[in-house]
Ligand binder design. Structure first.
Ligand SMILES: [Zn+2]
Ligand SMILES: [Zn+2]
Length: 295
């Protein structure tokens, strides 16, 4: 069995584990291939890489990012995997997204102020403590201030999709993001395609535009949608085949929860899809370990 995880978050964005802790956890779990894909930044990956090189193991670590972008009036997440993080295109992308996040945070703060919640930006910045600023930090501040009872209430009433804190306007277009990833030598992947709740037609339209913009992969397994939904899996497999996209798999791990995803996904057997993980681990690794197990 090959255990992979090509979608994980650290405390550099909105994950809970530090990059060091995530590496330790992945090693404990026996993961063969790991990518750290923090929202709009690669600082967590860089820190993890330094630590990883001090811990000799068979696990491979791949660079990653999860970009927020716009497509057809919706916010979409595009993963970048295997980029050169020092490439000017990556530096430009990360810088632009950082500015976009700050701009968005200012707007969220203004909107919350209109509802009588003052000082949200300063509060969220303090909560974020140097990590990539996002809505969870606003939510944590609101809970801390007693404006809401918990995270769910903060999102349901103020920050979630369609609420006043749901500010989309500042993300770059999808094609810009896929361009940065390709220029830096990486492969762009549509993250959690089912999560957007698009119709089949709209998802297909996304894939058409994504492919035309140089995209190369789509998540077949994401813990954000149920892995046992055979019809959804079949649809993604079909789209991947039709548009020659490699399929990817990851947990989208953020934190330990009772029912939430754990780190690591069993690499699924593929008959007529191409696996993105074959770029970094040889498909023979599976049969080789099976031989050892059988010996
Ligand atoms: Zn996402
Ligand atoms: Zn994610």
């Amino acid at each position: 069995m090959v255990l992979i995880d090509l979608h994980t978050h650290t405390s550099a964005s909105d994950g809970v584990l530090t990059p060091y802790e995530l590496i330790d956890r992945a090693l404990e779990a026996g993961i063969d291939l790991l990518a750290i894909t923090d929202h709009d930044c690669v600082g967590g990956y860089r820190t993890a890489l330094e630590y990883y090189t001090t811990k000799p193991s068979a696990m491979k670590l791949v660079s990653g990012i999860e970009y927020s972008c716009r497509w057809s009036g919706t916010t979409i997440h595009i993963l970048g995997l295997g980029m050169d993080c020092d490439h000017p295109a990556m530096l430009e992308g990360v810088k632009k997204l950082s500015a976009a996040r700050l701009e968005r945070a200012e707007k969220i703060s203004q909107r919350l102020a209109k509802k009588g919640f003052h000082g949200a930006l300063a509060g969220a910045v303090e909560v974020a403590d140097g990590s990539q600023l996002g809505r969870p930090h606003f939510a944590a501040w609101m809970v801390d201030q007693g404006h809401v009872a918990d995270f769910s209430e903060a999102f349901d009433r103020y920050l979630g999709q369609g609420k006043i804190g749901d500010v989309k306007a500042f993300w770059p277009d999808m094609s810009e993001v896929t361009g940065w990833i390709a220029d830096a030598g990486g492969v762009a992947v549509i993250a959690h395609p089912i999560h957007y709740k698009f119709t089949r037609m709209k998802l297909r339209r996304l894939v058409v535009d994504f492919k035309a913009a140089g995209g190369g992969g789509i998540e077949l397994i994401s813990a954000q949608h149920h892995q046992d939904h055979q019809d959804q899996q079949a649809m993604i497999r079909g789209l991947a085949r039709e548009f020659e996209l490699e399929v990817s798999a990851g947990s989208d791990f953020h934190r330990d929860t009772t029912y939430g995803p754990r780190l690591g996904v069993k690499a699924p057997k593929l008959s007529d899809n191409k696996a993105i993980w074959d770029r970094w681990i040889s498909p023979e690794a599976d049969s080789a370990s099976a031989l050892v197990e059988g010996a």
